[in-house]
Unconditional design. Structure first.
Length: 166
């Protein structure tokens, strides 16, 4: 169980303060910032401190963060040209610009994975590497075929416009 000051330290760290600042704000006394940094470093290594900071951050996120569905609904409102903004005690509708609408669509596409690369099957079925370099008599080997590709040996001449597969 953490002490009251330890709990305050954890809450301040979870809120984003540097550990030494949280240490001082939690009521721990130090003579200098350097000693506070060293003490805060030691405090972070104590059992339960990091776990408590993680729990507090998780709780804050659950309370304050938008869910994926909420984000997508907001983006849809912007993309459709309907965006509600609130001021001090009033609510008014302001249409987003064209670039804001396009950005909303772009972000929604990224969130749903619409820009993920498509997998395409580019394999050639029924043709083997050796088949590409046979002269009809089975006269070329695989190694000769690779040498032909690299231009190291003379092989069967190809007519202009002909293909290796012809």
């Amino acid at each position: 169980m953490l002490s009251e000051r330890d709990q305050i330290f954890c809450e301040k760290c979870a809120a984003g303060l540097m550990a030494y600042e949280a240490y001082l704000e939690a009521g721990f006394k130090c003579t200098s910032n350097e000693s506070a940094q060293a003490a805060a470093s030691r405090k972070m290594k104590e059992p339960g401190i990091k776990e408590e900071i993680r729990k507090i951050r998780e709780r804050l996120c659950d309370e304050n963060c938008l869910t994926l569905q909420e984000k997508r609904l907001r983006l849809a409102e912007i993309a459709r040209g309907k965006a509600l903004f609130s001021g001090e005690g009033f609510l008014f509708e302001v249409p987003p610009s064209h670039s804001e609408r396009m950005k909303a669509i772009d972000l929604d596409n990224k969130m749903t994975g619409d820009y993920a690369p498509e997998k395409r099957d580019v394999s050639v079925q029924g043709i083997f590497f050796e088949d590409l370099f046979e002269d009809g008599q089975g006269g070329h080997t695989i190694s000769e075929g690779s040498e032909l590709l690299e231009g190291k040996t003379e092989g069967p001449a190809l007519e202009a416009g002909a293909s290796i597969l012809d």
